[in-house]
Design a binder for this molecule. Structure first.
Ligand code: FPP
Length: 255
């Protein structure tokens, strides 16, 4: 999996060739509602502007040579929001896929969906599957859309699948290792996120990529998601570039 060379060609100083650019970046796109209420607008307008920000950020990730961008677009807990807001978020996803799919495909972007699919409305499910099918062979950036996603549910599902294999005699308890668990997650085959960005000043993971975030770097900003623009992403990337990732070890200089 490698970034689109054409996009990398016009990348700025933070381009992919730099070891400081995360291979995989994940976004918790928080603050749409607060962005809207502080302007006397409806929450749905906040989500609409959130989608505009998302479009800009996907494009900018491509120019920066990021290989995988994961977005938290609807969590398993978001069903508890007022019904009209849930409906609006569903329609926004539909709009995003219908309007942007051909452009994303042209940009050689591969779409991958993570999250629980069974409880989704058949129309939405088909749209998501069609988007995955159309872009499956693309070799540019991976756009991973976490929709109806919850990390605890994902881990529970993985444990259940391993237990079923164990009960069927297809797996020994001694074979259960970290890789075996990772292979049963929705993110199987993807590298863990190097950097997780959360907007809106909230300092938590909210059931997002709990297993995969074991060694992720975090970047929190007070900006609300609709205000998170290209310059804000570059600032996050600069911060990431200055981190010393030791994975529980020590830096080379300390040896
Ligand atoms: C959190 O802000 C945001 C969401 C629950 C939805 C994120 C959706 C988008 C950015 C638009 C793109 C959508 C799709 C489906 C592709 P919040 O509503 O919790 O804001 P608040 O904390 O200020 O209330």
């Amino acid at each position: 999996m490698s970034g689109n060379p054409e996009r990398q060609a016009d990348a700025g100083p933070l381009a992919a060739s730099s070891p400081h650019v995360p291979r995989h970046i994940a976004f918790i796109m928080d603050g749409n509602g607060r962005w809207a209420s502080s302007r006397g607008l409806t929450r749905t307008e906040g989500h609409r502007q959130g989608l505009e920000a998302l479009r800009r950020i996907i494009r900018h990730c491509g120019t920066r040579g990021i290989e995988i961008a994961t977005i938290y677009s609807f969590s398993t807990e978001n069903w508890s929001r007022p019904e009209p807001e849930v409906k609006f978020l569903m329609s926004l996803l539909r709009r995003f896929v219908q309007r942007d799919l051909s452009e994303l495909h042209r940009e050689n972007i591969r779409i991958r969906i993570i999250g629980e699919r069974q409880s989704l409305e058949p129309g939405i499910l088909k749209l998501l599957q069609d988007a995955e099918d159309l872009t499956r062979e693309n070799t540019g950036m991976d756009l991973v859309v976490a929709f109806n996603y919850g990390s605890r549910q994902e881990i529970t599902g993985a444990v259940r699948k391993l237990c079923e294999k164990l009960a069927a005699g297809d797996l020994q308890a001694s074979e259960i290792c970290e890789d075996a668990i990772s292979a049963e997650l929705d993110t199987a085959g993807l590298p863990d996120p190097d950097l997780i960005v959360r907007t809106s000043g909230e300092l938590r993971l909210s059931n997002f990529l709990l297993w995969q975030a074991a060694y992720s770097e975090f970047y929190f900003t007070e900006l609300m998601w609709p205000d998170f623009d290209e310059a804000a992403l570059d600032k996050a990337l600069e911060s990431f570039g200055s981190r010393d990732r030791r994975y529980g070890g020590v830096t080379a200089q300390a040896l």
